[in-house]
Design a protein around this ligand. Structure first.
Ligand SMILES: Nc1ncnc2c1ncn2[C@@H]1O[C@H](COP(=O)(O)OP(=O)(O)O)[C@@H](O)[C@H]1O
Ligand SMILES: [Mg+2]
Length: 271
């Protein structure tokens, strides 16, 4: 039985809302979520339910109102140094070249420049960006910027990889290419991955396990599904597998009502 890389135990997060009454909004309540070493876990849930909140808790960027976080069995205080974090939005520094963006984390860790450069170049090659090191982020396509962000995270060789809807802004073909590449890189290193998405197809295609969150407020897991599809997988091809269709139906039965509730809530918030 493998160890847990990351455990979120009975986590609740309450925010003070922006309105004049200063009411409190409980985004996440009593959520327990565990990721084993080498396991790829996806969390799906409607927009605004608290997915990013949970990931921020796991990264040590947000202190929960209550609950405990454990990293390889040890309680987490402060930033989770064993985790690498890939954000939904662009996180590259526009004034640094692609190579310099990948090097920055290594330099921050004290790796000498020459060594950092060599490692960063290797990572750019692994993500398919050989020869693009001297380009600046604005000179790259959206997909290439995502590849750079991926190289940036993987170059630090984190034991836990946290990804927050990393490919949601990409077109379908680029997205599938990148999903397959992430799976290949993951298969080679077998790090623990916590992958956030609102896309059920993506969650099933990539993961060992899919956790479904309820709509907010007081979001919590309402279903958990082992994805027993064979690996290696091609994310486009696996969708035609009869077992994929079966799992999709089962999980969608749980997720559908939450998506409708989440949507109604977004409309109310916007009103
Ligand atoms: N810092 C904050 N202050 C107030 N409310 C917040 C804050 N962060 C998130 N929320 C609220 O908590 C809920 C969950 O947000 P989030 O985790 O970003 O959702 P998701 O990533 O699932 O779309 C939303 O209703 C959001 O408005
Ligand atoms: Mg989010």
């Amino acid at each position: 039985m493998s160890r847990y890389a990351l455990e979120l135990l009975d986590i609740s997060c309450t925010f003070r809302s922006k309105d004049a009454q200063g009411q409190r909004y409980t985004a996440v309540a009593g959520t327990t979520l565990r990721v084993r070493e080498g396991e790829f876990v996806s969390v799906v849930g409607p927009t605004g339910c608290g997915k990013s909140t949970l990931l921020n808790v796991g990264a040590g960027l947000l202190e929960p109102s209550s609950g405990t976080i454990k990293v390889f069995g040890q309680p987490l205080t402060g930033i989770n140094a064993r985790a690498g974090y890939m954000f939904q939005t662009e996180a590259l520094m526009p004034w640094r070249s692609t190579l310099a963006n990948v090097m920055v984390g290594l330099q921050y860790r004290g790796v000498p420049d020459g060594e950092a450069r060599a490692q960063a170049e290797q990572w750019l090659t692994r993500v398919g960006l050989t020869g693009f090191g001297d380009r600046y982020p604005h000179q790259l396509s959206g997909g290439m910027r995502k590849r750079t962000a991926l190289a940036q995270v993987l170059a630090l060789d984190p034991d836990i990889i946290l990804m927050d809807e990393p490919f949601s802004a990409l077109d379908v073909q680029t997205r599938q290419l990148m999903e397959n590449e992430v799976l290949e890189l993951w298969a080679a290193k077998k790090k623990a991955v916590l992958f956030i998405t609102h896309d059920l197809d993506e969650a099933i295609a990539m993961s060992d396990r899919v956790v479904v969150l309820s709509a907010g407020p007081a979001t919590h897991p309402i279903g958990e599904f082992a994805i027993d599809l064979p690996r290696p997988r091609d994310v486009a091809e696996v969708r035609t597998h009869p077992r994929f269709v079966e799992l999709h139906t089962q999980i969608w039965n749980v997720l559908r009502d939450e998506v409708l509730k989440g949507y109604a809530q977004q409309l109310r918030k916007a009103a």
